[in-house]
Design a binder for this molecule. Structure first.
Ligand code: BT5
Length: 239
């Protein structure tokens, strides 16, 4: 189902934006948009996602039949898990999940996930999973703090084989996720670099420093700070 129809472009503003246009004009469950470059790639909020040539920039459109909005937070972590496992299988590199939506390779961000959705009451009418992976990207084209798979391996990886493996594994994980999202939790915890680390975060306009101790069954980051326990939602910003 995922990737049965793939829209391939050499350039687009944002694959997530094009996905929205396709949804508005009528498209099928599982359609995918991939582009060689994005001229207006987006992260969360108003943040820019730098998307030069060599990267893997794509979006998956899904129309879930019965998905509660509360589960979306978890989906972002599952996408990170799938990415981490496919990259490891194809390249031998072990990327860690940085809660809630990043992949890190040796302290450098190599991937980000942007999930956007439309809700009807508390159920998800559609969702777009936007994925960016700095695969064969030159370091000098990336922002400070970013890394790429190519820079680490000192060689290029065939993009198409990673892309098709990601679509395949994403489909399997999405089916499992709808049945039982909790089965992914142990592996997510294992690969999550945020756990056991000190985190700075903002809550109710207050800046706090605490220790991330767990990811709960809703995908929230559990942090202890100043004798209290906080369960952070995915729009929380780790500072
Ligand atoms: C993300 O946002 O990490 C989600 C990125 C999702 C990108 C995909 S590409 C396909 C689809 N179409 C889109 O338009 N978007 C999705 P966030 O957690 O808000 O992180 C954004 C921050 O990451 C920026 O403020 C930069 O600091 C940093 N950044 C920007 N470009 C980067 C890159 N290529 N690699 C690593 N870090 C980057």
């Amino acid at each position: 189902m995922i990737g049965k129809k793939i829209h391939r472009l050499s350039s687009v503003g944002s694959t997530n934006d094009l996905a929205r246009t396709l949804i508005a004009s009528g498209c099928q469950n599982g359609e995918v948009i991939i582009s060689d470059i994005q001229t207006a790639g987006r992260g969360r909020g108003a943040k820019e996602w730098v998307s030069p040539s060599g990267g893997l920039w794509f979006s998956i459109i899904l129309f879930p039949s019965n998905l509660n909005a509360d589960k979306l937070q978890f989906l972002s972590l599952i996408v990170g898990l799938v990415m981490s496992k496919v990259i490891e299988e194809k390249t031998g590199l072990c990327c860690a999940i940085r809660w809630p939506n990043d992949l890190y390779l040796k302290e450098k961000k190599v991937s980000g996930v942007l999930i956007e959705s439309k809700l009807r009451l508390n159920s998800v009418e559609w969702l777009i999973i936007g994925i960016g992976l700095n695969l064969n990207v030159d370091k000098n084209l990336l922002p400070e703090g970013a890394g790429s798979i190519k820079e680490e391996l000192k060689t290029e990886i065939e993009k198409e084989s990673i892309f098709s493996a990601l679509l395949q594994e994403m489909e399997k994980a999405y089916i499992d996720f709808q049945e039982n999202s909790l089965k992914f939790l142990p592996e997510i915890r294992e690969r999550c670099l945020s756990l056991g680390r000190s985190v700075r975060f903002e809550i109710n306009s207050q800046r706090l420093i605490g220790e991330a101790i767990d990811i709960d069954e809703k995908g929230r980051l559990v942090v202890e700070a100043q004798g209290k326990t906080y369960h952070l939602l995915w729009d929380a910003e780790l500072l």
